[in-house]
Design a protein around this ligand. Structure first.
Ligand SMILES: [Zn+2]
Ligand SMILES: [Zn+2]
Length: 372
């Protein structure tokens, strides 16, 4: 079948919306009519060539929601008409990590960078060429064929437009605070960078009982949003945030600092390291260019102050358990989703959406598909 999809022809590049050919679903795959797709910074990393992908064209998008329209063979847990949120790592349920509830580390994640499906084949084609797809999903497309393990079934009563952000930004940010930083009641927490991920770390920290949630971001609109969604303080720099944390803790520093900046450097981690107390935790959620190396911190202080550096992928979540749980929190009014979307875009406007992200005029951009 035909589908309009936004793809990159090269790196660095701009998104081009073209008509492409989509194969029918194969074994353990489903055809999904996409309703909404979030504009995640990770896809922009590909466009800007911060992260290399081996195959072009490349269809972006991994934070989507839609409706299952057709099943391939062997699909057990989904039916046509089901509403689904995409999971950017298809938790197989059977590997060592999945078996221990760490679906975010599923061995199938090793295949994400290649752009093909779990069986090594491609489902999307443009002018006779195979098209790689973001996270085996390619949510910047009106229609997508994906593994059933990339789909998390959600209740039909929840608007898919709201649910889409549960594909990446919300679990990643919320889990950075709740799972990776293990925020406790009374904690002092700094969130460095309050874009689509960081704003959800703010929500997670606030609801985990943090006494102070200090959002550090140079962009005014993002600081305002953070204050509306649970931050007690908002500063333009990490240095100011560190001062507030120290003044509230008799000079010790934050219990945890979550790094969710746009493009990560080793210096950001060093700033986070300086901001925390003895025995505190730096959570590294932001994505660095793949070839960047080095973190300029004191190895002596690392040991003597017993500080913890915690990497964090997908909020250390098990999406098939945690996405429905987060949706329940949304339905009870605890987790805010609609407030995160500053503006929606058509697929054709996708480059405008990313320009707005860089200009700091949206918290999370969202593509809404016209067919929905
Ligand atoms: Zn993402
Ligand atoms: Zn697995």
């Amino acid at each position: 079948m035909k589908t309009n999809a936004a793809m990159l022809m090269e790196q660095p590049g701009k998104w081009e919306v073209v008509e492409a050919d989509l194969d029918p679903p194969r074994d353990h795959e489903v055809l999904v009519r996409m309703v909404a797709s979030g504009l995640c910074h990770s896809d922009d990393h590909v466009a800007k060539a911060d992260g290399k992908v081996p195959h072009f064209p490349y269809c972006g998008g991994h934070e989507g929601a839609g409706v299952v329209e057709q099943l391939g063979t062997g699909v057990r847990g989904l039916e046509p008409g089901d509403h689904v949120v995409t999971s950017f790592i298809p938790g197989c349920g059977r590997c060592r990590w999945c078996a221990h509830g760490m679906q975010n580390l599923c061995d199938s994640g090793a295949l994400l960078a290649g752009g093909a499906q779990l069986d090594g084949g491609f489902r999307l084609h443009y002018q006779g060429r195979d098209v790689a797809r973001s996270s085996l999903i390619g949510a910047f497309s009106e229609w997508s064929v994906m593994s059933e393990w990339s789909c998390i079934k959600v209740p039909k009563r929840v608007p898919l437009r709201s649910a889409a952000l549960l594909g990446c930004a919300v679990p990643t940010g919320w889990g950075s605070a709740v799972n990776a930083a293990r925020v406790q009641p009374g904690d002092v927490v700094i969130v460095m960078g309050v874009g689509g991920i960081g704003i959800n770390a703010v929500q997670g920290a606030a609801h985990a009982g943090a006494m102070l949630v200090i959002a550090a971001d140079p962009v005014h609109l993002k600081r305002d949003a953070a204050l509306r969604l649970g931050a007690t303080h908002a500063t333009a720099s990490i240095q100011e945030a560190t001062e507030i944390a120290r003044s509230a803790t008799n000079g010790q520093g934050a219990d945890s600092t979550i790094i969710s900046v746009g493009v990560l450097t080793g210096e950001h981690i060093a700033e986070g390291f300086d901001s925390i107390r003895k025995g505190g935790t730096v959570v590294v959620t932001a994505v660095a260019p793949m070839d960047s190396v080095g973190i300029p911190i004191s190895p002596f202080m690392l040991a003597m102050f017993q500080k913890r550096l915690q990497g964090c992928l997908y909020g250390m979540m098990a999406p098939s358990a945690d996405v429905p749980r987060l949706l329940s929190l949304y339905e009870h009014g605890t987790l805010k989703l609609d407030e995160l979307v500053s503006r929606t875009y058509t697929l054709e406007e996708i480059n405008v959406g990313y320009e707005d992200m860089h200009a700091g005029t949206n918290i999370r951009g969202l593509v809404e598909f016209s067919s929905s």
